[in-house]
Design a protein. Structure first.
Length: 279
């Protein structure tokens, strides 16, 4: 039996032994269940993959990616030994046991280094995001621009959720730049699920994005790694009008935080106007 069928057999066995109650799946009475464990559609929903994709994995007709294996392991509530068995059956190394790369939730602590960066970048709109793209804090310029995801609650503070659900925003992109940004953020979320496979908030975010956005689901299933490209956008300010700015993202370690900043070319009209903002 080859590696693919080995993986499928192991996956089916793990699915069969996990009860819906243990997985957090509500039972709808009085519909009788034909299997004691999870149904395929229930596991697909929990792991954020399509039911057809899961069917092919269990039948040995498709190779899983490492991120899909980790998402399945998290949905199945596997301990480290079983997670390792599932990864090895799929042809991947054992899961990383270091706490900063997969043993816990997505870090949300604003580290001293990240705070210093935010405090010193006073001339351009800047915010801090975690690895799931939740906005944690922003500088006064960010607040003055009302960039979106800055003052809301829950999903309204998540950049991935806002961009794939077309939430109201003062930030606009051309179709090309929007496609590039969405491709990059989907790929970054996929990488985050590999580092934090047990984080329930991240898992729920991916699951819900797949449910509400066909574009996100397509990008997730395609597992395409986009080429890095410039992200240019327009921000509309009620008092000062429109600004055309470049968006850059810096990663801060330790802490796995993102510094998102908007800037304009030096000596440009938008740079001069940006400098007039208070804060």
């Amino acid at each position: 039996m080859g590696r693919d069928s080995d993986f499928g057999s192991i996956l089916r066995a793990f699915r069969a032994r996990l009860t819906p109650d243990a997985a957090g799946v509500p039972l709808v009475a009085p519909t009788p269940r034909r299997v004691p464990g999870l149904r395929r559609d229930e596991l697909a929903y929990l792991a954020g993959v399509s039911e057809e994709h899961l069917r092919r994995l269990e039948q040995g007709r498709r190779l899983p990616s490492a991120s899909v294996v980790d998402a399945l392991a998290a949905a199945l509530r596997l301990d480290r030994d079983d997670h390792e068995q599932l990864r090895l059956a799929a042809g991947f190394a054992a899961p990383d046991s270091r706490p900063e790369t997969g043993g816990g939730p997505v870090p949300q602590e604003i580290t001293p280094a990240a705070r210093r960066i935010l405090d010193r970048l006073t001339e351009v709109p800047t915010c801090l995001c975690d690895a799931a793209w939740n906005v944690l804090a922003g500088n006064p310029r960010w607040t003055a621009f009302n960039c979106g995801a800055g003052t809301g609650q829950g999903r309204d503070r998540n950049m991935a959720w806002r961009t794939f659900t077309d939430a109201p925003s003062t930030v606009f992109r051309s179709p090309g730049h929007l496609a590039g940004f969405r491709a990059a953020i989907a790929a970054d979320l996929r990488a985050a699920t590999r580092r934090y496979p047990a984080d329930p908030g991240l898992r729920d975010l991916v699951r819900d994005l797949r449910a509400v956005s066909a574009e996100f689901a397509g990008r997730w299933d395609a597992e395409h790694r986009p080429r890095p490209q410039t992200d240019r956008l327009t921000v509309d300010d009620l008092k000062l009008g429109s600004f055309t700015l470049d968006k850059d993202v810096l990663t801060v370690e330790p802490g796995d935080l993102r510094v998102v900043l908007f800037s304009a070319p030096a000596d440009s009209p938008d740079a001069d106007r940006l400098a007039t903002l208070t804060g």
